[in-house]
Ligand binder design. Structure first.
Ligand code: 13P
Ligand code: SF4
Length: 337
């Protein structure tokens, strides 16, 4: 039983909704319960910087996509609880096929991963039979089976530069990160036409006005943003690189063009500095990733208590798909990342 509901009924809900949708005692202390469950089950919580701040605060490790994959590859916990999105939890499962990997809400997807359906990509790839495929880690496990080397925004330049210069490269699925990498590496990448819904929403006009009102602020941006936004940036980097930059540079004010969850860590690391979310082109004026923000403390607690929902992948997907992640981890280790 979960509360007043039999577990079998809750499991039916789970299939429809993506999470255990049940009534929870409103007086429950989620932090205390989650800490108890971590110890009892030898579970580790890995959280991305875009998670809500309460989840970041209860996590054992908070990081960018590379740090999360590296930590997942090394953990000796029995259960990995992934406070992030589906492709991140899949990556952790591919690196740990024997372990239980939980995701609080299976519908926490990713518009970038969705923008590259494996069946269409397979046809696209056939047009370039001599090319190697480098895929941003923000793609499905099945897409990873069609990929030679994975990358994240922290190591993408190193990964591209690890490929011999005369070798053609397909880059999927993010056309914005791809265009940025073309510029940075001088390589002629064949790009898949995908994009992140959160990073494509920033308003050039509103950012320009905000910069005029805050002339001393540095404008920093994630490379998933469009080229016309990146052109304005004083610094471009992955979430961990943006975080490091704000902490280490001697500047007091920043306009931040990425998902707003990262601002929690920026404020914790540099409490005296000011962080302004870059304004998007939408009426609610928020830069939240609706997928990342599907996870809540309640769902996190329930998934740890009942060990559901769990990431399940077919054996062939794990066996074939993990090679491109291993290759990425090797290149990153060599580069000291
Ligand atoms: P990083 O944290 O690796 O920079 O990735 C950002 C992102 O969009 C994750 O979904
Ligand atoms: Fe995907 Fe963009 Fe959300 Fe990251 S921020 S999970 S890339 S939709």
């Amino acid at each position: 039983m979960i509360g007043t509901m039999p577990l079998s009924e809750a499991k039916k809900n789970l299939e429809k909704k993506g999470y255990l949708a049940v009534d929870v005692d409103p007086t429950i202390d989620y932090v205390a319960e989650i800490e108890r469950l971590k110890k009892e089950k030898n579970a580790i919580i890995l959280a991305h910087y875009y998670q809500e701040s309460e989840i970041q605060d209860v996590a054992d490790y908070i990081g960018d996509s590379l740090g999360l994959a590296q930590t997942a590859a090394e953990t000796d916990a029995d259960i990995i609880v992934f406070a992030g999105v589906h492709f991140m939890a899949e990556t952790a499962k591919m690196l740990n096929p024997q372990k239980k990997v939980l995701l609080p809400d299976l519908k926490a997807g990713c518009s970038l991963a969705d923008s590259c359906p494996p069946a269409l990509f397979r046809k696209f790839k056939e047009k370039y039979p001599d090319h190697v495929v480098v895929s941003y880690i923000n793609c499905t496990a099945e897409l990873k089976t069609l990929t030679d080397i994975c990358c994240t925004s922290s190591n993408a330049e190193h990964v591209i530069n690890s490929v011999p210069e005369d070798q053609g490269i397909i880059f999927a699925p993010d056309k914005n990160l791809g265009a940025y990498l073309k510029k940075k590496t001088g390589r002629d990448l064949v790009l898949w036409n995908g994009a992140c819904m959160v990073h494509e929403i920033f308003s050039h006009e509103k950012i320009t006005k905000l910069m005029m009102r805050h002339p001393d602020a540095k404008f920093i941006a994630h490379p998933e943003c469009e080229a016309h936004i990146l052109e304005k940036a004083d610094f471009i980097g992955s979430t961990s690189q943006l975080l490091r930059y704000t902490h280490e540079t001697d500047v007091q004010e920043f306009i931040v063009a990425t998902e707003s969850g990262i601002i929690h860590q920026m404020e914790l690391k540099s409490p005296d500095k000011t962080f302004l979310p870059a304004p998007p082109n939408n009426t609610c004026a928020c830069n939240d990733c609706p997928h990342m923000k599907r996870n809540t403390m309640e769902k996190l607690y329930l998934c740890m208590e009942y060990e559901l929902p769990e990431i399940i992948l077919e054996d062939w997907v794990i066996e074939k798909g993990v090679a491109c992640i291993d290759r990425m981890l090797e290149i990153s280790a060599k580069a000291g990342l």
